[in-house]
Design a protein around this ligand. Structure first.
Ligand SMILES: *[C@@H]1O[C@H](CO)[C@@H](O)[C@H](O)[C@H]1NC(C)=O
Ligand SMILES: *[C@@H]1O[C@H](CO)[C@@H](O)[C@H](O)[C@H]1NC(C)=O
Ligand SMILES: [Mg+2]
Length: 456
């Protein structure tokens, strides 16, 4: 066994995790610790299938290769919140160029020296330099996490997770993660509770309230605007509003951009008027129908069709086209599973979004379709549809990428924040007592933000 961890240590950790599990008792905590126990199990060379609360399988004498995570298809962050049986194509990690190894080690060493001397700015830069050269370096990930933990425990917790994803035998990262994950879980839960309180306030606003109708109308335009702008559409909010209201074209803008707006608007109406009014599960056909509207005016031949070719999305290689149909079937099975329905709706909606963009069933329009599906799930649970602002594009994609390397929690957190922003905006617009501060979604110069981002 390559790990230096003794069997006693393992048992100690596993007993502790059971104790923690019983103290905190939540399903979500259970999932995470089931994942953590699995890491320990793997360290012991045992099997992966392992339930929380059961004892760990005894270590086998045969040693298991280091880098277990490389051939492990289920990672802690992925295991969390129903990602357990999710197929993950593990991409070969780019290997560090041998001539850079020395520089990485030196940067980490200097970072630690700077840290000891209280030169925090310098330490930050050096840690980042080391990780820019070698993003998979477990020691640097763990050390940077320890350095950040006091000021940003969420980020530290993510870094420990990444360290373990790269080296499942990293004892210090495991111990650190055991400590932070409990606190982080409490933070995440308290944010969801705050969101639910706001949602309850929002549900008290009478449906016929003029203010509410105006707010919803406004958010409808904002939604069409942001969800298309994020994909590179250059029409401004005002131009887009005018196209929807008057059906007239805007001079100097392409037909394609107009058609994206018309498609988005028709998809939103389909969701609002058809899918929202219907009971029952979401089917593959519903997803294709949403997409048929999103892309129907732009690319009628691809609209509503599963892609027939391989696509590449930055560093993410979605599943081959031959797998997509089956993956979609499994996806809708998951949508109606007890596991999915036991989740908090914000977590469920975020994961549904993540999984659909991961499969990437279409040639184009995957992001828009996934955001619509996410909103359908939220609306069915009594939450307003949310907006990912074009100005958040970078943060949004970064969170998705963190999901792709094995930690889905940052993405769920991001979607939770969007949900809270939307509730803040709607409550601000619809309640007399302005006990809520001016929300982020209002009074923002969207157009300026959109203009600063080059179209592609
Ligand atoms: C993983 O971390 C442990 C320390 O916890 C270390 O002994 C081992 O060499 C590391 N493995 C790799 C492949 O870096
Ligand atoms: C959404 O549906 C409701 C109820 O069916 C309807 O009153 C409202 O006008 C619809 N909104 C849009 C934008 O279609
Ligand atoms: Mg696109």
């Amino acid at each position: 066994m390559s790990s230096k961890m003794s069997n006693d240590d393992n048992q100690h950790l596993s007993v502790k995790s059971s104790v923690i599990f019983f103290v905190f008792g939540g399903v979500v905590v259970a999932c995470l610790f089931s994942a953590m126990s699995r890491v320990v199990t793997v360290l012991e060379g045992g099997t992966q299938s392992h339930q929380v609360g059961t004892t760990l399988s005894p270590p086998t004498t045969e040693s298991k290769a280091v880098g277990v995570m490389g051939d492990l298809e289920h990672w802690p962050g992925m295991d969390y919140h129903g990602m357990r049986d999710w197929p993950v194509t593990v991409r070969n990690k780019p290997l560090l160029r041998p001539d850079l190894k020395g520089e990485v080690l030196a940067a980490l060493h200097q970072a630690l020296v700077a840290k000891v001397h209280g030169k925090n700015e310098k330490a930050h830069k050096l840690f980042q330099h080391a990780l820019a050269l070698d993003p998979n370096y477990a020691d640097a990930l763990n050390e940077y996490g320890e350095f950040l933990e006091e000021e940003d425990i969420l980020r530290a917790d993510h870094l420990y997770t990444c360290a373990l994803l790269n080296n499942a035998s990293h004892v210090r990262a495991l111990i650190n993660l055991r400590r932070t994950s409990i606190i982080v879980e409490e933070i995440d839960q308290s944010i969801l509770m705050r969101i639910d309180n706001k949602r309850n306030d929002f549900l008290k606003v009478p449906a016929h309230s003029r203010a509410l109708q105006r707010a919803q109308q406004e958010m409808y335009y904002q939604h069409v605007y942001h969800t298309t702008a994020i994909e590179g559409n250059t029409l401004s909010l005002e131009q887009m509003r005018s196209i929807i209201e008057t059906g007239m074209a805007v001079t100097g803008k392409s037909i394609l951009e107009h058609n994206e707006i018309i498609g988005m608007s028709s998809a939103l109406q389909y969701i609002n008027n058809t899918l929202m009014g219907r009971f029952g599960d979401i089917s593959v056909r519903d997803i294709l129908e949403i997409h048929r509207r999103v892309l129907g005016h732009v690319d009628p031949l691809e609209a509503g069709q599963i892609r027939a070719t391989q696509v590449f999305v930055g560093s993410h290689v979605p599943p081959p086209p031959s797998d997509v149909e089956l993956l979609l079937e499994e996806f809708v099975e998951w949508l109606k599973s007890d596991e999915a329905n036991a989740m908090h709706p914000v977590q469920f909606a975020a994961l549904a979004h993540y999984k659909l963009v991961y499969i990437h069933p279409f040639l184009d329009g995957n992001g828009r379709t996934s955001r619509l599906l996410m909103n359908l799930i939220l609306m069915r649970a009594g939450y307003p549809p949310i907006i990912v602002k074009v100005g958040q594009r970078h943060e949004y994609y970064e969170a998705i990428k963190k999901g792709n390397v094995g930690d889905i929690r940052p993405f769920i957190r991001f979607i939770a924040r969007c949900t809270e922003n939307m509730l803040d905006a709607l409550l601000w617009l619809t309640t007399e007592s302005s006990s809520y501060a001016l929300p982020e979604l209002i009074g923002n110069s969207y157009e300026k933000i959109a203009e600063s981002i080059p179209a592609y």
